[in-house]
Ligand binder design. Structure first.
Ligand code: BT5
Length: 323
């Protein structure tokens, strides 16, 4: 019910009458009043004026299911949000729930992770109160070999969500994808993505896409001080985290539909390459086989990075580190 009330109050700047809320939701005045009081306790500023009704004038920077769900579109891929104040890792939480039958389109989100993970067992620093640590559970009917392309789809959605959220503050900063799984502003990492799956050779049980975004972070652990940043540090603006999550859900839905239509990235390559920081630039590649420099051209329809080496030959990079 809180989600429905929030949705109603968000969609207008006017007062919404208590009676209208009762009629829309099919509940009593007392029930509405109770829910409004709970929302106030959670940090919403709600004005109640006799004969006029309720109006929200201030929103807290929280990530509860109601706060996020009340901003989702009906056709979004994200169907349900599950919030917990603290989790070991939202990827772990999503996997545990997936094993127990959780549905496609469930988003797990938390204020703080005690065991946030990056790729290959690296640590992901996930302090409380300033970041978005979330994992989207999907059950796509695609070839398991193509599941890693979902990192590309998610990176596009995060980048567009950040660009839109920053634009709403009136600030002009450039946000780009750094292949394969980073999003950067002014060359600093503001987001990392970790996609994992459970599959058989020909069938996916589930995919979890974990996304960490430093939003209002002002202090960084020693080990990431030089390389990491946040939206706040780069723009000077505080941005409501739930707004970014909602924009992500909208952008992800758009790109994911295109991806599912073809089963690969052919419909997204051009848009992706326009968001890619590395395109046309000198890069240093360090993969399992070798280390070399070259000029990145962009990705192909499988999400591999095409790099023209100094001797003129083209390398196709499917995994590795780019600097
Ligand atoms: C990643 O790995 O960038 C994937 C990060 C995914 C995090 C999300 S949060 C929600 C979900 N739950 C999880 O447990 N994980 C996902 P990788 O490319 O391997 O980069 C890891 C490296 O990034 C570390 O070794 C640090 O150098 C750096 N790093 C760690 N925490 C960071 C942070 N908060 N901001 C920027 N860089 C960070």
């Amino acid at each position: 019910m809180k989600t429905k009330i929030l949705r109603q109050l968000r969609t207008t700047n006017e007062y919404v009458s208590g009676q209208m809320l009762c009629d829309e939701l099919g509940v009593s005045r007392t029930a509405v009043w109770k829910a409004i009081n709970q929302l106030k306790e959670e940090g919403y500023t709600i004005e109640a004026v006799q004969n006029k009704g309720y109006k929200i004038t201030g929103y807290p920077d929280i990530l509860t299911a109601e706060e996020i769900e009340s901003q989702l579109n009906p056709d979004d891929t994200v169907k349900k949000v599950v919030y917990a104040p603290e989790i070991d890792s939202t990827n772990n939480e999503a996997k545990r729930n997936a094993e127990n039958g959780a549905k496609d389109g469930t988003l797990y989100i938390t204020e703080s992770q005690t065991g946030g993970r990056g790729r290959r067992g690296r640590q992901w620093v996930s302090p409380s109160g300033s970041g978005i640590w979330m994992t989207l559970l999907l059950r796509p009917q695609i070839n398991p070999a193509n599941a890693s392309m979902l990192t590309i789809v998610a990176a596009m959605a995060v980048t567009m969500a950040i660009r839109r959220a920053v634009a709403e503050t009136g600030v002009d900063v450039e946000c780009h994808i750094k292949w394969p799984n980073d999003v950067v502003i002014n060359k600093k990492k503001v987001c990392g993505i970790l996609t994992e799956m459970s599959a058989e050779l020909d069938c996916i049980h589930y995919v979890v896409i974990g996304i960490g975004i430093n939003v209002n972070t002002t202090e960084f652990a020693d080990e990431i001080k030089e390389t990491a940043s946040s939206l706040f540090v780069e723009t000077g603006k505080n941005i409501k985290r739930s707004r970014i999550v909602a924009l992500f859900a909208e952008e992800f839905t758009k790109y994911y539909q295109k991806f599912l239509n073809t089963g690969d990235l052919s419909g997204l390559v051009q848009d992706y390459n326009e968001l890619l920081i590395n395109a046309g630039r000198q890069v240093r590649i360090c993969d399992a086989k070798e280390e070399f420099t070259g000029v990145a051209a962009g990705i192909d329809s499988h999400g591999e990075l095409l790099v023209t080496k100094e001797d003129g030959t083209q390398a196709v990079i499917s995994a590795g580190e780019v600097s």
